[in-house]
Design a protein around this ligand. Structure first.
Ligand code: CU
Length: 237
């Protein structure tokens, strides 16, 4: 009888230890995964380079008007390098030439393709350091910085304006704008991050599981431990 009870107690202890070992292994293998997922990506060495935006601007007849397509260039950020290919899409027989021109604040055409003939294109590049400062290089200028000005007959409106020299008075103009439309009235988010929430919840659950396991481990290794059969033998419920 004594031997059977001792054997049973030993069996119970072994079971509790096996369960504890399995849970320990599971919790140690699960947690480093969530920790590793949080490590941030390394930033590239040497700092960020100025991005280049390549785009094509077409000069053409839309309806009865000479127009630039697109007539609005939205910049994602400044500084940015703008690489423009200006293509004159007029028919050769029309013999209508266009220019792509940006004036400085004094009204001098600094960036200027000159007359581009039908079906011809010109590619040029300039750096928009800010909405009031452009750096440009061509055959005669090297890293020439200037403040862009309005096209003839227009006023400064905070954008960078370009135009076609022969047709600006007919409305052949374009504008470069900065797309930084951050809503000022944005409501700050409340609450906690979902990942932090779940890590917290898993932590609390793991702690409760450990309390339960500890209870059984301590109970099974106690000399006062009695299972149900011993209670019945003593006439207890
Ligand atoms: Cu034109």
């Amino acid at each position: 009888m004594e031997r059977a009870r001792a054997e049973e107690g030993r069996g119970m202890r072994t079971l509790a230890l096996v369960v504890a070992a399995v849970l320990l292994a599971v919790s140690f293998s699960a947690f480093p995964v969530s920790a590793a997922a949080q490590s941030p990506a390394p930033s590239p060495a040497g700092g960020p380079a100025i991005p280049i935006l390549y785009l094509q601007v077409i000069g053409e007849t839309v309806g009865t008007k000479y127009e630039f397509t697109p007539s609005v260039i939205l910049l994602p950020q400044v500084p940015i390098v703008l690489n423009v290919t200006f293509y004159n899409n007029q028919s050769t027989s029309s013999a209508v030439a266009h220019t792509f021109t940006i004036n400085d604040a004094k009204g001098n055409p600094v960036i200027n393709t000159g007359l581009v003939n039908p079906q011809a294109n010109v590619t040029f590049q300039f750096t928009i350091n800010s909405m009031t400062n452009i750096t440009y290089s061509n055959r005669t200028l090297t890293n020439y910085s200037f403040t862009p000005g309005p096209y003839p007959g227009s006023t400064d409106n905070g954008t960078i304006q370009w135009y076609c020299i022969p047709h600006s008075s007919l409305g052949m103009v374009g504008t470069i704008m900065l797309a930084t439309a951050i809503p000022t009235a944005a409501v700050p988010q409340k609450g906690v991050l979902l990942r932090a929430y779940w890590i917290g919840m898993i932590g609390i659950a793991a702690m409760l599981v450990w309390i339960v396991i500890s209870y059984f481990v301590i109970k099974s290794s106690s000399p006062h431990f009695k299972d149900h059969k011993a209670h019945v033998r003593k006439g207890l419920p």
